[in-house]
Design a protein around this ligand. Structure first.
Ligand code: PMP
Length: 361
């Protein structure tokens, strides 16, 4: 058996050295006489792992000291529900810029608790472009403005997220965190499920400006309270310790590879390879996103004849290329090109696409 190039959107491909290291320490971690899965999260051994992961993530993303970093369970969707509870006072509106499926989800998760307003949306155009800043209708009294940095399903990405004035920007970076340099200080809060660029599913990173933690928010149980979670170093209850550990290994790997500047270069090359192949296929393959809004991380594409979809997927699998089936919302294909995907994987995909077209075009 050999490992395929895995284009899954998340859980996604992990770097092989990370998997090997996780495997090597699965049975016995260091000198502790047990697996890291089996030891207390409050013991010195796990605390060292947790703190190192945070320190490394701070280095990788250049996170300023006035930001807390939380490691939570429940995925990015749970963060979406907790944003209004933590940061919007009763009666205070929250603004949402909707650029795809995940922006809509964020709005839906917040709607039971606050007045969640649509400040702008590109839905009328099928989410093939981003809502331009001139069209955002912001509420001056909003608790925050929520944006989705990269839409994993629709394949649209902000090359530069616009400012929102005095209202804090809250950004879902689930599918593009650590893919390029990021100025954290422009945001009130950044969150990301780890299962794309940060490693394993089951843990979510929330980077929040500390002063926002003092916001009144809504009445909520301590376990849903980001201030309490920050004060307890994300260990108010038992954290997903294995996931935290593997996240730490993945962050270390990214640092060793040269950090976010290096991944920005690699990701730009990978995305250009695939978009060029699609655009140069004479219509056999097509991507419908406006070129300036195209995602570097998730590339949805369609075959000119959907009757070929199943064959494309089965032949791709035989060629060692998996995870290419598009999301059910859009259909077609999607290739996710996160940091762990080597350029050789994209070259193999592009070569396969050319051969498939030559045979079936
Ligand atoms: N936001 C984005 C941009 C996503 O891609 C996803 C998952 N694919 C989510 C939110 C939801 O994440 P989770 O499944 O961790 O709740």
């Amino acid at each position: 058996m050999s490992r395929a190039y895995n284009f899954s959107p998340g859980p996604a491909m992990l770097p092989e050295p990370v998997l090997r290291q996780a495997q090597a320490t699965l049975l016995e971690y260091g000198e502790v006489g047990a697996s890291i899965l089996e030891i207390s999260h409050r013991g010195a051994d796990f605390l060292a792992v947790a703190r190192q992961a945070e320190a490394d993530l701070r280095t990788l993303l250049t996170i300023p000291d006035d930001y807390a970093v939380l490691f939570t369970a429940g995925g990015a969707t749970t963060v979406q529900a907790l944003l209004p509870l933590n940061f919007a006072a009763p009666g205070q509106p929250c603004d949402y810029v909707i650029s795809g499926h995940w922006g809509k989800t964020a709005l839906k998760q917040a709607a039971p608790y606050v007045e969640a307003r649509i400040a702008a949306s590109s839905e009328a155009g099928g989410f093939r472009d981003l809502p331009p800043r001139e069209q955002w209708q912001l509420s001056p009294d909003a608790a925050y403005v929520h944006v989705t940095a990269n839409e994993t399903i629709h394949g649209v990405e902000w090359r530069h997220i616009p400012d929102a004035g005095a209202v804090p920007l809250v950004a879902d970076f689930s599918s593009s965190i650590a893919s390029e340099p990021l100025d954290v200080s422009r945001f009130g809060l950044i969150y990301a499920g780890a299962q794309k660029n940060l490693g394993p599913v089951g843990i979510t990173v929330v980077i929040v400006r500390r002063d926002l933690l003092e916001r009144a928010g809504q009445p909520r149980a301590p376990i849903l309270d980001y201030r309490a979670i920050a004060a307890a170093e994300s260990m108010l209850n038992t954290p997903p310790s294995w996931n935290w550990y593997v996240l730490g290994l993945t962050v270390q790997w990214m640092l060793e590879q040269g950090g976010v500047a290096e991944f920005a270069r690699r990701n730009a090359r990978k995305a250009a390879l695939l978009y060029d192949a699609i655009d140069g296929s004479g219509g056999f393959y097509r991507n419908e996103v406006a070129p300036a809004a195209r995602s570097r991380m998730n590339v949805p594409f369609f075959l000119h004849d959907p009757a070929l979809d199943a064959l494309f997927l089965s032949e791709a699998k035989q060629a060692g290329l998996i995870g290419l089936k598009g999301h059910r919302v859009l259909g077609g294909m999607r290739a996710s090109l996160y940091n762990a995907m080597p350029e050789a994987g994209v070259q193999a995909l592009v070569e396969f696409m050319r051969q498939f077209q030559a045979t079936h075009g």
